[in-house]
Design a protein around this ligand. Sequence first.
Ligand code: NAD
Length: 339
Amino acid sequence: MKVKVGVIGYGTIGKRIAWAIALQPDMELVGVVVRTPDWEAISAIKKSLRIYTLKEKIGAFEKRGVKVHGDVEELLKTVDVVIDATPGGVGVTNKKLYMNFGRKAIFQGGEKADVAEVSFNALVNYNEALGKNYVRVVSCNTTGLLRIIHAISQVSKIKRVRGFIARRGADLKEINRGPIEGFVLDPPRPPSHHALDVKTVIKDLDIVTYAIAAPTTLAHIHMLHFTLEKSVTSNQVLEVLANTPRILLVSGDMLTSTAELRELARDLGRPQGDIYENVVWSDSIWVNGEEVMLTYAVHQEAIVIPENIDAVRAVTRLKERAEESIKITDETLGIKKWL
Ligand code: NAD
């Protein structure tokens, strides 16, 4: 029996989750809740997804000649799990509905941590989400941070992490967001919320992050400085990163920018040029005894997609172990296979 999944919110994250769910051998995408019959609905129509919408929006879809299978409640009647990918703050309101229908729900990083029982990253705390009703997949930056922190923790216990994050100012479609010029301290006073969000998953970690918003849509860049409990070598760091799922190494001799990286992903046939992995520049790895520094890119539109898939397997106990779920997700999405 496949687990039946519904996706609520068909924007940047929701549509990618829906497409990824449709590829899973143990899941069935029952349908997606699309809010308005605008340009974003076109892909759902063209991809023949079952469209549901809000009760008050059904008329607007019909007016455009778009077949709607029902309202949100109709979808909730037929699914085992919902993935809420609505804008931050909407999910917590929707939660009441999911509770009324007794449905398990996965929320996104734009929601406050207390929307769920667990803030989730597949590599770090899959076990904590087993059988839970409400799980929050942390944001793109936090997902990127947690994967790298997890990898480095395999070579030595970590004393502290200090990080600098250059955030993409907006996603490609976000015509009303910026900055269009200049770097914005976001926030001016550290820590940025990313460090605090990491602590919702690894509670006792000493971590501080600074962040700026930069005029780019392509990806975030993180530069991290670790202080470890014991001395390590560059080879140990390289090896552990190479062997950790969802982390890719590239050489600075090959490419030095997020622009070339995204272009390469498009050239190699990644859908929408999506990159699910943390892409670490191997040349950026600097090791001095107990200190490690490195730089990597995070494609904000894609990095949380595999985590959402694993969250479904954890809450439904389709797989009891993180490695088993990660393996299936990564194979179906071609993770670490394209470069
Ligand atoms: P988005 O605005 O691109 O998509 C949200 C979609 O939900 C829109 O299509 C909107 O019309 C729809 N919507 C709004 N209210 C709705 C409702 N009541 N019912 C159904 N649909 C509704 O936003 P996004 O970037 O996909 O972000 C979604 C969530 O994912 C947020 O929590 C965000 O913080 C998180 N997230 C975003 C990114 C990113 O870089 N875009 C990365 C990681 C996590």
